[in-house]
Design a protein around this ligand. Structure first.
Ligand code: ADP
Ligand code: MG
Length: 462
């Protein structure tokens, strides 16, 4: 039997506001437990939530960037459930009327076998909600503790239609979504700190079948590798259950990266179980078109627009543009380096020696020893014939070690190319005079010797 995989992702993106979504306590990771939990986060009776403007503004920016409808009217709801890290007994979220509806994302997919391709999928919605606290084990011996520093952290939950068809497509989507939210400046996107977590809904169906199979939801995947491994394991598990004559039970599962398997956490609750109802402590969120349009005007250039401009105005190939626009830091670095010079040459250096150097030194572009200005200057030295392309590679290696300005390196080390032709001719004459046998062979037809002569001239002229 041939099986088709169906995947829909729900991604929780932590928004990069200073303070929480409904209180003034700071959003700060890694501090002692409960130092960033105010009366709202502690759910003291009578404490009232106040919506953070910055979280709303970031959600709108996201909606506009993916071509979604930003709702003029959205509503916060209470999602009721019990958990020790949720002192209110409910999470404030959005249910029937979310702030962002629809939209699309296009991303590259690199399948294990076969050629890379582009895919576009539809998003269902994105809504604002608060994060819960955390249970911590091991701080108080023999007990679990509750840390409410994270309680009330603003999240944007982004939901896709079930249009992904493999683990590789899910990873392609997640990577592109991650790059976009960081690009937009709405999230720090720090995955180790849990700023970007995916829930993967996975089902399988016989090829050709139009009805979806029963899905399982794997919770809280916080790395691209875990996302891929968890989906592949889950697909295999579901196929085996069905082929053995069993049935998939709709359930929430957890991925154990050490064992490489998913295991059932609870059978699936329906939204009914949460007894959603409108949050009485917050009025509906009403956004005027003017307000939304103002944010639209302020939005920075998006990756696709930047790519097109790099291709049409700066002469990059589509491949160059895709690589350079993979994240905003690289695109910004490139623009700074290419400013006022041969952009294609800068792109070649960036994607060649520069990326290789970062990889070798295991560095991010943000801590590159070679600055954008200095990379640009190096290209200038080549374009103005001050140094040859070959010497430029040596200069680049020195720049990578010392962070020095290439002009200074060239000056100090006397690496300037001799462009005075009479000086070069004198060296050529000397080489010819010193090698009469090879001159005779060349004249006799061994023209391949020209390379050898060039080498001799380079050696003699240093
Ligand atoms: P809930 O919010 O209860 O988890 P939703 O209906 O909103 O349920 O769907 C959540 C996610 O599951 C969406 O991304 C959706 O695309 C995906 N999904 C729904 N049905 C299936 C299915 N049969 N197989 C795989 N994914 C699915
Ligand atoms: Mg869900």
């Amino acid at each position: 039997m041939q099986w088709e995989v169906v995947i829909g992702l729900e991604t929780h993106v932590q928004l990069s506001t200073q303070s929480k979504i409904f209180s003034g306590a700071p959003c700060h990771f890694g501090d002692a437990p409960n130092v960033h939990a105010c009366y709202v986060d502690l759910a003291l009776p009578g404490a009232l939530p106040v919506l953070n403007h910055g979280a709303v503004e970031r959600a709108i920016r996201f909606g506009l960037a993916i071509g979604a409808k930003v709702a003029n009217h959205s509503v916060f709801d209470r999602k009721n459930y019990f958990y020790p890290d949720l002192p209110k007994g409910y999470q404030i979220s959005q249910f029937e009327l979310p702030i962002v509806l629809g939209g699309q994302l296009t991303f590259p997919v690199e399948p294990k076998t076969g050629e890379p391709y582009m895919k576009t999928i539809n998003l269902t919605r994105a809504h604002l909600e608060e994060d819960a606290g955390k249970s911590v084990h091991g701080i108080v011996s023999g007990h679990s503790g509750i840390d409410l520093n994270r309680a009330g952290t603003p999240l944007l939950e982004i939901v896709t239609e079930p249009e992904l068809r493999s683990a590789e497509e899910a990873v392609g989507y997640a990577r592109a979504l991650h790059a976009l939210v960081v690009w937009l400046g709405i999230s720090k996107g720090n995955m180790q700190e849990g700023n970007f977590r995916c829930d993967a809904n996975v089902s399988v169906r016989p090829k050709g079948e139009t009805k979806f199979g029963t899905r399982c939801e794997i919770k809280n995947l916080n790395s691209f590798r875990f996302l891929e491994e968890a989906i592949n394991y889950e697909v295999q598990r579901q196929i085996e259950v069905i082929e053995d004559g069993g049935k998939i039970v709709q359930a929430t599962r957890l991925y154990d990266p050490d064992k490489g398997e998913t295991r059932q956490m609870r059978t699936k609750e329906d939204s009914m179980d949460y007894r959603y109802f409108p949050e009485p402590d917050l009025p509906p969120l009403v956004l005027s078109d003017e307000f939304i349009n103002k944010i639209k005007d302020e939005i920075i250039e998006l990756p696709d627009a930047k790519k097109s401009r790099f291709i049409s105005q700066l002469g990059l190939t589509p491949y160059d543009a895709m690589v350079i626009c993979e994240n905003k830091e690289t695109a910004d670095f490139f623009e700074k380096a290419a400013n006022g010079r041969d952009a294609k040459k800068v792109a070649n250096w960036l994607m060649g020696d520069f990326f290789a150097m970062l990889k070798r030194k295991n560095l991010d572009i943000a801590n590159s020893p070679v600055s954008a200005e200095n990379l640009g200057k190096l290209v200038d030295l080549i374009c103005k014939d001050v140094i040859s392309g070959k010497i430029a590679k040596d200069v680049f290696e020195i720049m990578a070690e010392t962070s020095e300005d290439p002009e200074i390196i060239v000056e100090k080390r006397g690496l300037k190319q001799v462009t005075d032709t009479s000086a070069i001719e004198a060296v050529i004459d000397a080489v010819l005079a010193a090698n009469p046998d090879n001159v005779a062979s060349y004249r006799g037809g061994k023209t391949a010797l020209i390379g050898w002569f060039v080498g001799q001239v380079m050696k003699r002229s240093q």
